[in-house]
Design a protein around this ligand. Structure first.
Ligand code: GRG
Length: 282
C-alpha cells in the first residue's frame, strides 16, 4: 500500500508540473500535499488490483478523484462556507494564500480532473462512463447536494433520516464512486454491489468522523475537537452516543464485507483497507 501511495503522490506532482507557474498552481500543490489520507484513490486502485488488473494505467483516474475531493475541501473551508482556519493541522488554503486564490485552486482542480481522465487515453466508452460517474457523484445529484442539505439544516433539530441523507450525498457519493469507477474498468456488472459497499463504508466513515470529533486526539486529527458539541450540531454521537456509534460502525463494515464476498475477486486487499479505515484515528 505504501508503494501505491507513493505512486499516487508522484503522479499528482507530475500532473501539477504541467500547469503554468502561478499562485493558483501553488495553492493546488499546497492543498494536494497537505497530508490527505488518499482514501478514495487508494480504494479505487485496490479494488482494481483485487480483480488482478494492473492498476498502473489507471493511476491518473485515481488522481482525478483526489483532485475533486481536494477541491471540495478547499471550498468547504472558505469563509462563505465553514470558515475554517485549519485543516489537517495546517492553515486552510484561503488562510495560507487568500480567498481568491483558494476559489481558483478549487475551480482548477474541479476542471482539470476531467482533462486528466481524457488524457489517460483509455477506451472512449470507458472514458465517458468514468467521467459520468465522477461528475454525477460530485455534482448536484451527489456531493454538492449533500453540502446544500447540510447548509439548509444547520442549527435545526434534524432527525436520523435527514442526517443519513446528508451523509449519503456529502460523503457517500464520492466514496462509492471510487469503487464504482474500478468496476467500470474491471467488470461493469459489479457496479451496483461496489456502490452499495461504498455507501456502507461512507456512512461508517462519517460516523467515525463524528466520534473522532468527541474522543479523537487533536494533534493527530489536525483540528480542534468538540466543535460539533460547541456548535450544537446534530450528529450520530448526539443522537446515539459513542458506544452505539462504535457498534454501528462495526455493523456497517460487516455488511460491507458480506457484500464484498458476493464478488468474484481476491478479497484480501479490500479486507485489509477496510480494517485500516475501521481502525482509523484521523
Ligand atoms: C463542493 C463546496 C463543496 C463542498 C462539498 C464534501 C464536502 C461538500 C465538503 C467537505 C467537508 C466534509 C467534512 C465532508 C465530509 C466528508 C469527509 C469526512 C471528508 C474528509 O475526508 P478525508 O478524511 O480527508 O478522506 P483527507 O484529509 O484524508 O483528505
Amino acid at each position: 500500500m505504501e508503494t501505491m501511495l507513493n505512486e499516487i503522490n508522484e503522479r499528482l506532482s507530475h500532473i501539477l508540473d504541467t500547469y503554468p507557474d502561478c499562485q493558483t498552481k501553488k495553492a493546488m500543490y499546497y492543498s494536494l500535499n497537505a497530508g490527505g489520507k488518499r482514501i478514495r484513490p487508494t480504494l479505487m486502485l485496490l479494488a482494481l488490483k483485487s480483480y488482478d488488473i494492473n492498476y498502473h494505467p489507471y493511476i491518473d483516474i485515481a488522481c482525478a478523484l483526489e483532485m475533486i475531493h481536494t477541491y471540495s475541501l478547499i471550498h468547504d473551508d472558505l469563509p462563505g462556507m465553514d470558515n475554517d482556519d485549519l485543516r489537517r493541522g495546517k492553515p486552510t488554503c484561503h488562510k495560507q494564500f487568500d480567498e481568491a486564490t483558494a476559489i481558483l485552486a478549487g475551480d482548477a482542480l474541479l476542471n482539470e480532473a476531467v482533462n486528466i481522465i481524457i488524457d489517460a487515453h483509455l477506451d472512449d466508452n470507458k472514458t465517458i462512463k468514468l467521467i459520468k460517474c465522477l461528475y454525477q457523484s460530485s455534482g448536484l445529484n451527489g456531493m454538492i447536494y449533500g453540502q446544500q442539505l447540510d447548509i439548509e439544516n444547520e442549527n435545526k433539530e434534524i432527525d436520523i433520516d435527514t442526517l443519513r441523507k446528508i451523509h449519503h450525498y456529502k460523503t457517500g457519493k464520492l466514496l462509492s464512486c471510487s469503487l464504482k469507477m474500478a468496476a467500470i474498468i474491471a467488470n461493469e456488472k459489479d457496479q451496483a454491489v461496489w456502490e452499495k459497499i461504498g455507501f456502507k463504508i461512507g456512512l461508517a466513515f462519517q460516523i467515525q468522523d463524528d466520534v473522532l470529533d468527541v474522543i479523537g486526539d487533536e494533534k493527530i486529527i489536525g483540528k480542534k475537537t468538540g466543535s460539533d458539541l460547541q456548535n450544537h450540531k446534530v450528529t450520530y454521537v448526539s443522537l446515539y452516543g459513542i458506544e452505539k456509534c462504535q457498534e454501528l460502525v462495526d455493523q456497517l463494515f460487516n455488511e460491507a464485507i458480506q457484500l464484498l464476498y458476493s464478488l468474484r475477486i481476491n478479497h484480501g486487499l479490500m479486507l485489509c483497507i477496510f480494517e485500516k479505515i475501521r481502525k482509523r484515528v484521523r
